[in-house]
Design a protein. Structure first.
Length: 256
């Protein structure tokens, strides 16, 4: 059955949703800033000259083959580089997101929904299951997945820039793309949303909640996929759609 009036109405937040979305907005902003800062520290000293040399050796003159060769060469350089700070920052962001999601879920379970006062982001868990904390292995796996995807996407963009440039020194265009970290930020945002949703579900699991509803942001930017997810509510905890449904998804899961 569909849940009537489930939409959050993000442009006119009331009650408990005010502090929840204030926490969530701050969470994403902080994660993006911390991870991007770590990436830019890690990228210092990176030289794409070897990639340019490898991409140019025996490259097919067709532009699509030049792009593929350049992207593959950049991937080789990037994956050989140390991303210690970036990996640690992603893992930390995922852990913080999981706990923030748990805190939001706990607030929805324990606080009057008309109460718009801030809630604690570090509550003591009364549960033996549904931990508020993401374990180290899962956080490290999340960091590895995000970093791997970011390096591949960045290498593809940098490789295109190197292959298409008419400058005498093509490394500059590629290195500028690597430095901007746009792919990393996009993928980190998605990972933070996923960890946040997992944290919410952990809180619901610990409280014995049996079903949840999918809530959209209630404006013209809501996509058909998220509208369908809302219309299909409620869901059992194990069958609920996974956050996020797409990059920059603003939806939320609430106990039914």
């Amino acid at each position: 059955m569909a849940v009537p009036d489930a939409t959050i109405q993000l442009q006119n937040l009331k009650g408990i949703w005010r502090p929840i979305y204030a926490h969530r907005t701050a969470l994403h902003s902080t994660a993006d800033a911390i991870v991007l800062a770590a990436w830019r520290r890690d990228v210092r000293g990176l030289d794409l000259t070897p990639a340019v040399v490898l991409a140019g050796e025996g490259a097919d003159p067709a532009w699509q083959h030049r792009r593929r060769a350049a992207a593959a060469a950049v991937v080789g350089v990037l994956t050989a580089w140390s991303w210690r700070r970036t990996r640690a920052a992603i893992a930390l962001a995922a852990k913080r997101a999981h706990r923030a999601g748990w805190a939001a879920g706990y607030a929805l379970l324990s606080q009057d929904h008309d109460d718009d006062t801030p809630y604690s982001g570090e509550p003591d868990s009364p549960y033996t299951i549904g931990s508020p904390d993401m374990d180290d292995h899962r956080a490290d796996s999340t960091a590895t997945a995000v970093l791997t995807a970011a390096l591949t996407a960045t290498a593809d963009r940098a490789g295109r820039a190197i292959a298409d440039t008419t400058d005498d020194d093509p490394t500059g265009d590629g290195e500028h793309i690597v430095d901007d970290g746009l792919d990393l930020v996009l993928l980190t945002d998605a990972a933070v949303s996923a960890a946040y949703g997992a944290g919410m579900l952990a809180a619901y699991l610990g409280a014995g909640t049996r079903s949840v509803i999918w809530l959209t942001a209630g404006d013209g930017r809501v996509c058909p996929r998220c509208s369908d997810a809302e219309a299909g509510s409620p869901y059992s905890l194990l069958a609920a759609p996974t956050l996020p449904q797409h990059p920059h998804c603003r939806c939320c899961l609430a106990p039914a």
